[in-house]
Design a protein around this ligand. Structure first.
Ligand SMILES: [Zn+2]
Ligand SMILES: [Zn+2]
Length: 241
């Protein structure tokens, strides 16, 4: 069914050019990979793109050198800048859920781009939405992406491993400074009590500082998960903060 759908003529979701299967045209795909690769610096651990400040020897940014994140590996599909950022806006804020399969494919390709070899005993889960965001949108964007990604990877999806602590964490992260996010994210998650999988793949839509993913990964590791991988659709470059 998927193979058949891939051959149906459609317009590119980004530029409107003719393509097939409801995704990006070949030009937009090439442009996506070019933009990701051709940044001056990219930290190999948190995938931040910035103008300077990466340790040349280790290819790590200053933050990762001082305070390493808890995840084993992180893959990011693209930087949160134009034109691809419009896909996230449409998906999250204009409820274009039809974009979810294509966006999940982009995340899968980001994992291939980084040469990941996934362990067999891996379970996929999503960072839960805050209550207010869930009420406003009616869906958790990260879970929609995780659902398709798990299917493409042939891995089980667990929707209830992590929960957000309330009520302090109820204030949206976007209103906080970078350092405040790190402090507030320290205890933002609780484990739901399910038996821990050996390896966990955490899925989120946008990574800003990495504090949320770090905190979720810490929570999983503290409850018996051996290794945490993470994948996000977009990564905010530091120049935007
Ligand atoms: Zn296009
Ligand atoms: Zn880094």
């Amino acid at each position: 069914m998927d193979a058949l759908r891939q051959r149906i003529p459609t317009a590119c979701v980004l530029c409107g050019e003719r393509t097939q299967g409801g995704g990006l045209c070949s030009f937009c795909v090439a442009d996506w990979h070019y933009r990701y690769k051709h940044v001056r610096w990219r930290c190999q651990r948190c995938k931040v793109a910035q103008l300077s400040g990466v340790c040349r020897a280790q290819q790590l940014c200053q933050r990762c050198l001082v305070q390493p994140q808890a995840w084993h590996a992180l893959a990011v599909a693209f930087d949160y800048v134009a034109p691809l950022d419009s896909l996230i806006w449409r998906f999250k804020n204009y409820h274009q859920l039809r974009l979810a399969p294509m966006l999940a494919r982009m995340m899968q390709q980001a994992m291939w781009r980084d040469g990941w070899e996934l362990p067999t005993a891996m379970v996929v889960t999503a960072i839960p939405s805050r209550r207010q965001a869930l009420r406003r949108r009616g869906f958790n964007p990260a879970m929609e992406l995780a659902r398709y990604l798990a299917r493409y990877l042939g891995l089980p999806l667990a929707s209830d491993l992590l929960a957000l602590t309330q009520p302090k964490a109820d204030q949206a992260q976007k209103h906080r400074t970078q350092s405040q996010r790190w402090v507030h994210a320290q205890h933002a998650f609780v484990w739901r009590g399910a038996p821990p999988p050996e390896t966990l793949l955490l899925v989120d839509d946008v990574l800003t500082t990495g504090s949320t993913l770090h905190s979720a990964a810490c929570c999983a590791l503290n409850h018996g998960v051996k290794q945490v991988y993470a994948v996000t659709l977009a990564r905010v470059p530091w120049s935007m903060l």
